[in-house]
Design a protein around this ligand. Structure first.
Ligand code: MG
Length: 255
């Protein structure tokens, strides 16, 4: 099932994507189940929003693909390398990524995003996927120059608009189904890697993160980016596509 969040008749609403239509739900399905209102609206008639606004945090994992770690001259860490992005960095499909004036090099990083559905603390890897609501696409936008000069990553990865999410949450995504992450800038392929290349798989990331932080419903885990990261500029269109999850498309502008 594919769940979208959108604005409709001046209200923020959730719906199940059914072809070119949305079956409008009575509430947020993460908390209120799948009761429908009886209304259907064409997808083309609504503005899609980020499918989830994390209530407490976006947990992100660095250097979780061997080829990407190597392209920036880094080793793959023995344990997942975690950082946080503030929920104020989240934007939705179609929204503009704003390049901040403090940075001269702002990069895309296409990533698989895990949406947590239940309170998770000290969850063993074997049961970790029971805590997942679904999956979506993220762009872990990074001010690469500030990441280097700051030494830690909060600012470089935490600017407003630096966490596009969407276009929808797929609740039945198959982690072992051969999905690929493909990132395009202005239609040109820049990243193309299988999610099976993750060093630490999703179940291990949930276990590792929940051993440190209580994960709340609506929290999101970004699982790392494959090789091919690079910069973008004002006027560019950045698309991240993951097999089975659709395309997350954003424009870019300067502040
Ligand atoms: Mg990343």
């Amino acid at each position: 099932m594919r769940i979208a969040r959108f604005s409709h008749q001046d209200a923020i609403t959730y719906g199940i994507v059914d072809g070119k239509e949305l079956v409008v739900l009575a509430g947020d399905p993460m908390f209120a189940g799948y009761e429908t209102t009886g209304t259907r609206v064409p997808v083309a008639d609504v503005a899609l929003l980020a499918p989830v606004i994390p209530r407490s945090k976006v947990v992100a994992i660095g250097r979780n693909y061997r080829d990407h770690a190597a392209e920036l001259g880094n080793e793959v860490p023995a344990e997942p390398l975690m950082f946080l992005k503030p929920n104020t960095s989240v934007i939705g499909p179609g929204d503009a990524i704003v390049r901040p004036p403090q940075s001269e090099r702002t990069d895309f990083e296409g990533e698989l995003a895990v949406v947590i559905g239940r309170i998770a603390k000290n969850v063993p890897a074997e049961r970790a996927l029971d805590y997942v609501f679904g999956y979506t696409i993220a762009n872990d936008v990074t001010a690469r120059d500030l990441q280097r000069s700051d030494g830690q990553w909060s600012r470089a990865k935490g600017f407003d608009t630096f966490c596009p999410l969407g276009p929808a949450i797929e609740t039945e995504f198959d982690l072992d189904g051969g999905a690929r992450i493909v990132t395009r800038v202005n239609g040109e392929v820049r990243q193309d890697g299988p999610i099976s290349d993750m060093v630490h798989p999703v179940r291990d990331l949930i276990a590792y993160a929940s051993a440190a932080f209580t994960l709340l419903p609506g929290d999101v885990i970004l699982t790392g980016t494959p090789a091919g990261i690079g910069e973008f500029h004002a006027g560019d269109v950045v698309e991240v596509e993951i097999t089975g999850l659709g395309i997350l498309r954003n424009t870019v502008r300067n502040a």
